[in-house]
Design a binder for this molecule. Structure first.
Ligand code: ZN
Ligand code: ZN
Length: 742
């Protein structure tokens, strides 16, 4: 199976170590049963003895390293102050009494903390949801008697200084170098990234915002994170990424900006919450920040070019009706119509060529609405984002495929196939679910796919977005073949192939046209196959996807995927006590400070420690070889059949070779079929650039024992025998095992 490369670009760290750790943990557990008294007797001796010349004894760790290592632990695991205090106590217990270790948590965290004016608390009036002015106690809204001093439950939200964060990130050597490198060589023909979309290229034209300077562009993500299901309390973080940072680095926490967090019951009033944001963004766009690099000072300005959110948040931010309201499409003038659905009604958007909304139309609609106080063409009034003069609601707000295509459309299809509610329809296949479950259990994805496939029965409604992605792109079509009636499968395959194209890293023009055709065909045929009530806004949005990709690059560049894990962290940290929002800001800030620090620190134990926390991965020793690294030798030189041995000798010229079981090439780890690691994961099948042989199931890596150290893979050749579905989904192919190949 070809691996979707973009997963890696989203900054997913390899899961390889987690599993190794789990393994060793289970091993230790089995012999952990022992007599505690016996153990106490055996181990009741001092942990260390300081020699008589104790006043000459020096620790190998400095106070600075001690503080930074503790900050690194606290930031990496987002731990509460209480836990940090306990860890500090534990360390103190192990140290000689006279030591200069820091025991005050505030002092400790302060080392990686905020500069003055970094965080800003905005207190707001509960009655009218307006921010109180700094020096006044009374609310300034006419006829509102709200008072700051009456604000007993302290309604506030926190924002941070974007300029300082940008500075801290792009002043780091590796980021600055990558940035300059990119700015000096930007010429791409296919659509490979945000930066090769037409919207971005427009800014690079002569006299444009990105023409011959060091300016940067930002993408913004906003999403609600429910905290306690029953209480309705949620948190709304607002994140930014810098598009000029290479994709592999772009989505890492240390390179991301956290602008603000609102916490409360329900949802924030966007005109209030995002007002300080607009002020900050205007400042970044007009005045910029000063970066000093190698003695030269550069003025760097920033422009917001992309905003991603789910449909619900989008309605709040744009000041529009929700997805089931009339004229709820942001991109065109489809009003939709109300039809019967089950016991109730729903809004559908029949397939048609609708007129696009222009900036002028949006402006007029929102103005009319705010003047009349009535909803007009979907708008309740002006959006707070239109206070940014350069910002276009219909161009700069994009569709998030994670919420739309995966959690929306893909999940809906699972329902329509497997939910007994649909048992009288021709597309219901719930009675075949056991067959599919067995097939799902047999799938061995490569290690880049972190989750093993789950069975469908009783679980698909809980699938995470990444599981839905793997199902949509890779598992569903081959599994459903012969189970889902062909006309339905062919229709669904249009969605699969269309989405696959829009997620690839180099989309040529003809691919883009094909994706457009496929997705429109898909939407067009929905009514006939599944009924007109299924044409929801999520489905309708598919007809706008290609436009968006053409402007802003592949879907992965602005999906909410990278933020899912941060939102998970936020949920976890809420269980701690104290000021949760401040803690989250601290953890974000500390990551940046530590990244900057560890890249300039001299080699030492604590630097290794801090970096190991940062990259979430133990560094294994490795040997350099020709165009790759050898991670594990396997000492399995004997035992080759005579004919294979002859082949190897012919290939490498002699019989002097070693064997290896794990190598890394181009950043991808590859194993041999018999290594323990690959029991549940197929990370031994390597796709080849070869006309006749599609891929190789590796049995051995042969390493030439000479200075060059060329590495050969020996294994079974997989030869393409046909397509999964003729004429579509070309990334899913059928193969058969043929012969031994080197
Ligand atoms: Zn008020
Ligand atoms: Zn539309």
């Amino acid at each position: 199976m070809d691996i979707e490369k973009s997963q890696d670009s989203q900054g997913n760290a390899s899961s390889d170590v987690d599993t190794a750790e789990q393994l060793s943990y289970t091993n230790n557990q089995s012999d952990a049963i022992l007599d505690i008294n016996e153990y106490a007797a055996k181990t009741s001796i001092p942990l260390y003895v300081i020699p008589p010349s104790s006043n000459c004894y020096q620790s190998s760790i400095t106070k600075f390293d001690h503080v930074m290592s503790l900050c690194a632990i606290a930031a990496r695991h987002n731990i509460s102050d209480t836990l940090l205090k306990d860890i500090v106590g534990l360390i103190q217990m192990h140290l000689p009494e006279q030591n200069i270790g820091v025991t005050d948590i505030n002092e400790l965290k302060g080392a990686c903390g905020f500069e003055k004016d970094y965080l800003k608390y905005h207190t707001y009036c509960e009655n009218c949801k307006k921010i109180f002015e700094d020096h006044l106690d009374e609310c300034q809204t006419p006829n509102c008697d709200g008072k700051k001093s009456d604000n007993l439950c302290k309604k506030y939200f926190i924002t941070s200084n974007l300029g300082m964060q940008i500075k801290e990130i792009i002043q780091r050597k590796e980021i600055w170098d990558a940035l300059c490198d990119f700015i000096d060589h930007h010429d791409r023909s296919s659509i490979a990234d945000v930066r090769s979309g037409s919207g971005y290229k427009e800014l690079q034209k002569e006299g444009g915002f990105l023409d011959s300077n060091r300016n940067i562009t930002l993408s913004m993500f906003i999403d609600g994170v429910p905290l306690f299901k029953s209480s309705g309390v949620s948190m709304w973080p607002v994140y930014f990424i810098i598009n000029e940072i290479p994709p592999k680095e772009r989505f890492l926490k240390k390179n991301m900006l956290l602008w603000g967090i609102w916490q409360g019951t329900g949802k924030p009033k966007m005109t209030m919450f995002l007002t300080p944001l607009v002020t900050d963004l205007l400042m970044l766009h007009n005045d910029g920040v000063n970066i000093v690099k190698n003695g030269t000072s550069y003025l760097v300005k920033a422009k917001l070019i992309i905003v991603t959110m789910d449909l619900q948040a989008r309605a709040y931010v744009t000041n529009m009706t929700q997805h089931n309201g009339e004229f709820s499409c942001l991109y065109c003038t489809a009003s939709g119509k109300v039809v019967k659905s089950g016991a109730g009604n729903c809004r559908t958007f029949p397939f048609k060529d609708y007129d696009k909304r222009t900036d002028d139309m949006i402006k007029e609609a929102s103005l009319t609405a705010s003047q009349t106080g009535k909803r007009y063409h979907g708008f309740f009034g002006e959006s707070i984002l239109s206070c940014l003069p350069y910002f276009s609601l219909s161009k700069n707000i994009v569709i998030d495929y994670m919420h739309g295509t995966l959690l929306g459309v893909t999940k809906k299809f699972l329902d329509m196939w497997f939910d007994s509610k649909y048992k009288d329809t021709p597309h219901y296949i719930g009675d075949r679910v056991k067959v599919l479950d067995n097939l799902m259990k047999a799938i061995c994805p490569p290690y880049l796919v972190h989750r093993s496939p789950r069975v469908l029965s009783n679980t698909y409604s809980h699938w995470k977005a990444s599981e839905l992605r793997n199902w949509l792109l890779f598992y569903s079509v081959p599994l459903l073949k012969g189970i889902l009636p062909e006309v339905y499968l062919k229709h669904y395959a249009c969605l699969v192939e269309g989405t696959y194209i829009l997620l690839s890293e180099g989309i040529a023009n003809q691919d883009l046209n094909r994706a457009d055709l496929l997705l429109k065909l898909f939407v067009q045929n929905m009514e006939n196959l599944y009924g007109e009530e299924t044409l929801s806004l999520n489905i309708h949005n598919l007809t706008h996807s290609v436009d968006i990709v053409q402007q802003w690059g592949p879907l992965w560049g602005y999906s909410c995927f990278p933020f899912e894990s941060f939102n998970g962290e936020i949920k976890q940290s809420v269980h701690g006590t104290g000021n949760v929002c401040r803690q989250i800001f601290w953890s974000f800030q500390a990551q940046k400070r530590l990244a900057q620090l560890s890249s300039s620190m001299p080699d030492c134990m604590s630097k290794d420690f801090i970096q190991s926390l940062e990259i979430r991965k133990r560094q294994s020793s490795r040997t350099e070889a020709y165009q790759c690294w050898i991670i594990k030798f396997s000492n399995n030189t004997s035992g080759f059949k005579q004919d294979i041995l002859a082949k190897i000798e012919k290939e490498i010229g002699n019989a002097d070779f070693s064997t290896a079981s794990k190598i890394v090439r181009n950043g991808y780890t590859m194993y041999t079929k018999n290594s323990k690691k690959v029991k549940q994961q197929n990370s031994y099948t390597i796709k080849l650039n070869n006309r006749d042989i599609y891929a190789l199931e590796t049995e051995h890596f042969i390493v030439q024992n000479d200075a060059e150290r060329k590495v050969f893979a020996v294994g079974t050749a997989l030869v393409k025998t046909g397509s999964t579905l003729e004429g579509t989904v070309p990334h899913l192919i059928q193969v058969t095992r043929r012969f031994v190949y080197i």
